[in-house]
Design a protein around this ligand. Structure first.
Ligand code: AMP
Ligand code: MG
Length: 484
């Protein structure tokens, strides 16, 4: 018989086997009246957790940070990072790792709380989070998952019953985040900064074992680790670009080793196509603009490569040569993945040398005519029209595209099907998300729930999704904020 006061989840903490320098044990910070706002039944189910357990007092208490899992001590992880280019020692200032869940399929995932109170790494922060930003992370991370983009997931949002003080007093909340792991480029930077090669090796071996077991049997396991991380990031960023996702804060502490998107603070999707787009209020230089994302990812993996140098070869010059060899692949891998994504968006199955020009010509045309990114591809898919479709620029481009489609053996039906699978009918548009969040913060979750549901399978082209396709009436400059 199921007992509501105990959970039968298989929880371990393999990360706690690493040297003590990588984490600090933390005790739960009790909150007065935790209440569940949102739970992800489907995610629970896919992890082999009975969704009914999520609503039990035990689970709510754990999700609010009032207690850990039985027999596993919560920890805050240490890490460093380049924030807007400047190196800083960081760590989980408002997060704690409750442990790793071993799923029914034998998969290991981190269960982490975000907004659960102060830790030894909190510096001046309060360790807390407000309801709005936690719901926003929930929605956008789940939307990314729906779009087929590797991401951390959101299992639950719990309100604490306590206010958090920002500019005003806001409702305090905790997000339960599920990730392949929370190992970051910044975790390696932290290890490298300690100049302790044994600790670094333990971290690298742990990472290989957890994320890239095949590297262990390669001739140069650490080179293989580097190559693997480079390939995963190149692929991830290509996927972001293809859906018009701007992360907004690609600091090295916000880049995972697993290749999952992490940290949904100031992110947002492009409406009007302009490669210079930046949403984050603090990104005044445009460092993390849409067009800079591939270059920044390359910069970040270069920082990762630097941390590995002592493991790559005992001779520094040899190590640098090996790192450079791996890094030189990033641009090629990125462009290959990006072309693959963009070809699919245009219904192309075959490859031609000139495809890149066909794609960039369309993008240039979209920029010139201030076209909506998602809707341009959506309209091409379902034979609808956009304002700029009547321009000579576009008409000329379309002729080229149709000629190109004719040079492949696939029929119209197959082309449309491919386009449907790669052009989302819906993205979490900023103003719909804001509207849903504003209502949710007042206690009305209905709008949030319908939008979330519509985002579940963005390639379904349902009637429900049509309600969310309109871009904002004016191309107002939307702003997002960090440190929420
Ligand atoms: P983020 O911008 O979320 O990537 O956070 C950068 C760093 O600041 C991390 O070390 C976070 O743990 C820490 N941090 C962010 N917000 C808070 C907060 N409210 N209290 C304590 N630490 C925080
Ligand atoms: Mg972060």
């Amino acid at each position: 018989m199921k007992n509501n006061n105990s959970l039968s989840w298989n929880i371990e903490c393999s990360f706690c086997q690493l040297p003590q320098a990588f984490y600090t044990s933390v005790s739960p910070n009790s909150v007065s009246s935790p209440q569940l706002v949102l739970v992800n039944d489907q995610l629970a189910d896919s992890l082999g957790i009975d969704p009914q357990q999520l609503n039990t007092p035990k689970c709510i208490s754990i999700f609010a940070g009032n207690e850990g899992f039985k027999g596993v001590e919560p920890i805050a992880q240490a890490y460093a990072g380049h924030q807007f280019g400047n190196f800083t020692m960081l760590g989980d200032g408002r997060a704690m790792l409750l442990g790793e869940l071993i799923t029914a399929q034998g998969k290991r995932v981190d269960i982490q709380l975000k907004g659960s109170g102060r830790t030894p790494y909190s510096r001046g922060g309060d360790g807390r989070a407000a309801l709005g930003p936690m719901l926003r992370e929930y929605m956008i991370s789940e939307a990314m998952h729906g779009l087929g983009i590797p991401t951390t997931r959101s299992l639950a949002v719990t309100v604490t019953g306590e206010p958090v003080l920002r500019e005003t007093a806001l409702t305090g909340a905790v997000l339960t985040r599920v990730a392949a792991s929370h190992l970051r480029v910044g975790t390696f930077q932290y290890a490298a900064a300690r100049e302790n090669i044994e600790e670094l090796r333990e971290l690298a071996d742990y990472t290989i074992n957890r994320h890239m077991p095949s590297a262990a049997t390669e001739k140069h396991p650490y080179v293989a680790l580097l190559e693997g991380v480079i390939a995963r990031q190149a692929s991830l960023i290509a996927k972001w670009q293809a859906v018009g996702f701007i992360h907004g804060v690609m600091n090295t502490d916000n880049m995972t080793i697993s290749g999952e998107t992490i940290d949904y603070g100031p992110c947002a999707f492009i409406d009007t196509y302009n490669p210079a787009t930046v949403f984050s209020s603090i990104d005044v230089q445009g460092r993390y603009s849409y067009r800079n994302q591939p270059g920044i990812a390359e910069w970040n993996v270069t920082r990762f490569a630097e941390t590995l140098l002592p493991l790559l070869h005992e001779d520094r010059e040899e190590a640098v040569t090996l790192a450079e060899g791996a890094l030189s692949q990033f641009a090629r891998l990125y462009v290959t993945e990006w072309l693959e994504e963009m070809r699919a968006k245009l219904g192309l199955f075959t490859k031609e040398e000139e495809d890149e020009t066909l794609i960039t010509d369309l993008l240039d045309c979209m920029k010139k005519h201030e076209a909506d990114y998602t809707n341009t591809f959506r309209s091409l898919t379902v034979d609808q029209t956009e304002k700029f479709f009547s321009t000579t620029d576009f008409i000329e481009w379309k002729e080229q595209w149709i000629a190109r489609l004719k040079r492949q053996p696939h029929d119209q039906k197959a082309v449309k099907e491919r386009m449907k699978q790669h052009n989302p009918s819906i993205i979490p548009r900023n103003y719909y998300v804001e509207e849903a969040l504003a209502m949710a913060e007042k206690g009305d979750l209905a709008r949030f729930a319908t939008l979330l549901h519509a985002l579940e399978n963005p390639f379904a082209y349902t009637k429900e999704q049509e309600e969310y396709v309109n871009p904002p009436r004016e191309n107002t400059s939307y702003q997002t904020y960090c440190g929420t």
